[in-house]
Ligand binder design. Structure first.
Ligand SMILES: Nc1nc2c(ncn2[C@@H]2O[C@H](COP(=O)(O)OP(=O)(O)OP(=O)(O)O)[C@@H](O)[C@H]2O)c(=O)[nH]1
Ligand SMILES: [Zn+2]
Length: 359
């Protein structure tokens, strides 16, 4: 057995390191960069990184747009750290919480030219770690690369992150539910050490026929707490109730909290919504796209369970497109319009106006 870490294992370590505020090394064509996540950067590490050279902060084009910095690398901007800037400056650039109260004093001048691959890899790793998508990078000489840190080739890491994860089933067991005593929960674990996802199977649907299916994205606040800010709880219970009534169906519970940005970032988005931004604007100010979910995994889990055709319970045409593009024929859309209330009406209307949801 080889003790050398695989790329997936190095990436899993890099995610954990960035969350903890530990640096990682990203290499690109013989050059090496030390990278730390902006969100978890402390004063000590910032001084250490500044002693090595002049760091740049890498931001997504979405965050750069709010800060009026030019994203010369198309999807991202690299902004050199101004002399004397401390952790508070880095936080203010990465985190929009105080954008309105204390607007950044600009202009923020971005760097252009040279490869941005390590910067892009750092941002994608931050997203995969479910922290703010912003990182501080400094180039280091090959002889100075700390041996203890996780090391990744930037291009290889980016290619691997873009690939659909591969899942192995872990366990499945009978769970009698209020909607149907013939319930079964399957647990799937990706080989890359990422989030587990679950499938709730009701009855024993015929694998040759289209299955009544729901791809439900985790919503701690809606599913568990009964939050009135969204329609997730009623959709979850409505979908299961219909499956129970029909005697069969499959609900995938995908751990893509907050449309794939994680609960901490979703709470940041909620704070911005309290400052007057809508759900899409809040995601953009944080540096994320409207929707960071990967629906390929929904298709993959359905196929693993033996299904190739679905009657999909959704109001989101993108879910249907993604399933079709990934080998699941959607024979019918089953509308799932439940849970509208005065506190989520604007949220649902924004999804219809900006994200193409069907009302
Ligand atoms: N980033 C962010 N995520 C949110 C917000 N409100 C709800 N969510 C998340 O949005 C997701 C909603 O998922 P779904 O209901 O499956 O998806 P959908 O795109 O609305 O599509 P359908 O419900 O199938 O019509 C969950 O992951 C929630 O946690 C918000 O304001 N910001
Ligand atoms: Zn929700």
């Amino acid at each position: 057995m080889s003790l050398i870490l695989t790329l997936d294992e190095e990436i899993a370590r890099a995610r954990a390191d960035l969350r903890m505020g530990v640096g990682i090394v990203l290499s690109d064509a013989g050059r090496h960069f030390l990278a730390l996540a902006a969100e978890t950067l402390g004063a000590d590490r910032l001084s250490a990184i500044c002693a090595l050279g002049r760091p740049v902060i890498a931001l997504t084009a979405r965050r750069a747009a709010t800060l009026k910095a030019v994203p010369y690398d198309a999807d991202l901007a690299r902004i050199p750290l101004p002399p004397g800037a401390g952790p508070d400056w880095v936080k203010a650039v990465a985190d929009p919480a105080d954008d309105l109260r204390k607007p950044m004093k600009g202009p923020l001048k971005s760097e252009r030219g040279g490869s941005a691959l390590p910067h892009r890899a750092a941002i994608h790793l931050c997203k995969a770690a479910r922290i703010l998508p912003a990182a501080l990078l400094v180039e280091i000489a090959p002889g100075d690369v700390p041996a203890a840190l996780t090391r990744l080739d930037a291009a290889a890491a980016l290619a691997r992150i873009a690939r659909a994860p591969v899942f192995g089933p872990v366990i499945s067991a009978r769970v009698p539910l209020a909607v149907s005593e013939a319930g079964r929960v399957h647990v799937f674990r990706p080989e890359d050490g990422g989030e587990e996802h679950y499938a709730v199977e009701i009855g024993t649907p015929d694998r040759a026929r289209p299955v009544l299916a729901r791809l439900h994205s985790a919503c701690f606040t809606g599913d568990l707490l009964g939050s009135l800010k969204c329609d997730c709880g009623p959709q979850l219970r409505g979908a299961l109730a219909q499956m129970g009534a029909e005697g069969e169906g499959v609900l995938l519970y995908l751990n893509q909290e907050g449309r794939g940005i994680g609960l901490a970032n979703k709470m940041r988005a909620y704070s911005l919504q309290d400052q007057g931004f809508d759900t899409v604007e809040a995601n953009h100010r944080l540096g994320f796209e409207d929707d960071e979910r990967d629906f390929r995994l929904g298709a993959q889990l359905l196929r693993t369970l033996g299904f190739s055709k679905a009657r999909l319970m959704t109001n989101n045409p993108n879910k249907m497109k993604m399933l079709a593009a990934n080998g699941i024929e959607v024979t019918e859309r089953v509308a799932l319009k439940v849970g509208r209330n005065p506190l989520n009406a604007a949220y649902l209307d924004t999804k219809a106006a900006k994200s193409g949801h069907l009302l």
